[in-house]
Design a binder for this molecule. Sequence first.
Ligand code: A75
Ligand code: MN
Ligand code: MN
Length: 397
Amino acid sequence: MFLAMWLVRVSSGVAKKKKKKKKKSAKKKPEQTDPPRIALSKFYPDGVYPEGEVQPYKDDNIWRTTSEEKRHTEKTMNEDPERTYESIRKAAEVHRQVRQHARKFIRPGMKLIDIAETIEAGTRALVDADGLEGGIAFPTGLNLNHCAAHYTPNPGDTTVLSQGDVLKVDIGVHVRGRICDSAFTMTFEPTYDKLLEAVKAATDTGIREAGIDVRLGELAGLIQETMESYEVEVAGKVYPVKPIENFSGHSIGLYNIHAGKSLMLIKNDDETKMEEGEYFAIETFGTTGRGYCIEEGDTSHYAKIYNAPQVPLRLSSAKSLLKTIENKFGTLAFCRRYLDRVGEKQYLFALNHLVSQGVVQPYPPLCDRRGSMTAQFEHTVLLRPTGKEVVSRGDDY
Ligand code: A75
Ligand code: MN
Ligand code: MN
């Protein structure tokens, strides 16, 4: 394995000189390692994590920023022993540190499975993974080129990243069921820079225009306008950047990646409003292809259906596998690699049975037309009473 895992102390200065002295009284501040392996709780012993980017509400909701009532609501939430916002903020800080490392170490020539495992080892270490108290919220999406969502390598997958690839990295972290769902796109050549720029701008429009009482159908129109104002030239041919029409952002619930509201990428007549206190994954996808994705290839992602009816299972292997799924993942999404690592063997027949019985939902890879290229940017946003908090915002995207 060429992914040697030396835990190297990251030096804060450039070249350390001898004269560097430390005040004896000053407490030693822990430093993160490279690769990151020190639990975040070490850096935040009081359990208070950094706030994300706060954006003010607009138009009819400007008053919220200064409202005594709304400010009081938030003060109460922060004084609550539960510290309502700290779970999502911790998940987001783990996300930022893990992806910062990912952006450094991912390069052409690597196997996707090694990339996934490195990212996941980082998440588990930083969040101090502990059953359903905290850990990976869903399998690491590593979608290449015309494939846009829900692909992660299955055990034995030998796919290698190439120089000309467009790679979407979708990482999920949760703390006590609060899910940070955030994704970015990487390339290793400038060919698709405009595509990435279009999608980043469309996602930022979605974030900027989101707010309490904003209608989802109208917000989709603004995302669409931004995306469609770009084109990308590849080998002398000009392609319009299209939003993927059957993809969407979504509300997020506790241990529930999709809590019921969808934010489409094309203007529509959905008058459903965003509401105070909701968590949203604002994500957009652009493509040089059809603008429509279909299922392609073997399924890697699965999840126990959130409101699954209790069905009597006759197959003992399926019963036992369902117990494992409930214990290890609850209603969070998982993949075949995760079943392997918790010690399940020859589970495919039982897994397919759970799918056919309507207990487990498969999420097959979703891809546009072959030869096209797709890009994605995604952030988790919290609609606080006084402002929008883009919890996953970093200095990268
Ligand atoms: C697998 C389960 C799941 C996911 C990711 C993990 C279910 C619904 C989802 C997602 C997700 O956000 O990727 N959300 S979604 C969707 O249905 O709104 C979003 C983007 C592409 C396809 C579907
Ligand atoms: Mn995602
Ligand atoms: Mn999402």
